[in-house]
Design a protein around this ligand. Structure first.
Ligand SMILES: Cc1cc2nc3c(=O)[nH]c(=O)nc-3n(C[C@H](O)[C@H](O)[C@H](O)COP(=O)(O)O)c2cc1C
Length: 201
């Protein structure tokens, strides 16, 4: 079974990766840990797109994704938050589209000051409308949290394999201000975020 799990995250599937080298899933799991201190080095656009693909990109011809989602709702949208603005990931086109010039990281970080050091922070938003009409007592928000957790796991594992550092963060985001800045409805709910950068020495 371990041999089956030890599929190689090879350079061919990790284009743009410069430091991780070949790493098995088992090795990445062995090395994964939270990183809260980053060097000042920026990430190339290619590297950011590779992280986003690993997180929740399209991996099949029918448009399904690297992360599973409840009832295949594909409800998790990814936003890249940087000093020069915020960008939305289009998984079908494998492209980033600018949403705003605003640096929204102060709305995310609360006590997590290390967010300021990271060149990019990926924000995970569940779009509850993808589950259909809201129903009283529905479990759709729970599904959103679970789906975000699966994407988070992909980000952590990919970053480890690529020699990058990250940490999953959730508490005390300023949800309504984030929604306003990004033009989101109250059905598009920020769930968690991942600052990402090369680990400080
Ligand atoms: C849902 C969730 C929220 C978290 N929020 C934060 C956070 O706001 N700040 C932080 O420094 N770490 C945060 N963490 C990271 C945990 O503190 C960390 O995973 C835990 O201490 C175990 O350390 P490890 O990831 O190195 O195994 C969060 C983790 C999860 C899963």
């Amino acid at each position: 079974m371990i041999a089956m799990l030890a599929a190689t995250l090879s350079a061919s599937s990790c284009k743009g990766q410069e430091r991780g080298g070949d790493m098995t899933v088992k090795e990445a799991l062995s090395q994964r840990h939270s990183v809260r201190s980053y060097s000042g080095e920026t990430l190339s656009d290619e590297t950011v797109l590779e992280i986003l693909w690993a997180a929740n990109g399209v991996n099949r011809e029918d448009g399904r994704r690297t992360a599973s989602s409840a009832v295949n709702a594909q409800d998790i949208d990814l936003y890249v938050c940087k000093a020069d603005g915020t960008f939305k990931y289009d998984p079908q086109a494998a492209r980033l589209d600018k949403v705003t010039e605003e640096d929204i990281r102060p709305l995310l970080r609360a006590q997590n000051r290390f967010v300021d050091q990271a060149p990019v922070t990926i924000l995970l938003v569940t779009d509850q409308t993808r589950f259909g009409e809201p129903r009283p007592g529905s479990r759709n928000m729970s599904f959103g949290f679970i789906d975000a957790g699966i994407v988070s796991g992909n980000i952590s594992l990919y970053c480890t394999a690529a020699g990058l550092g990250t940490v999953c963060c959730a508490p005390r985001m300023r949800i309504e201000e984030i929604q306003k800045s990004l033009g989101l409805t109250d059905q598009q709910v920020p769930v968690l975020y991942h600052p990402i950068g090369y680990p400080a020495e």
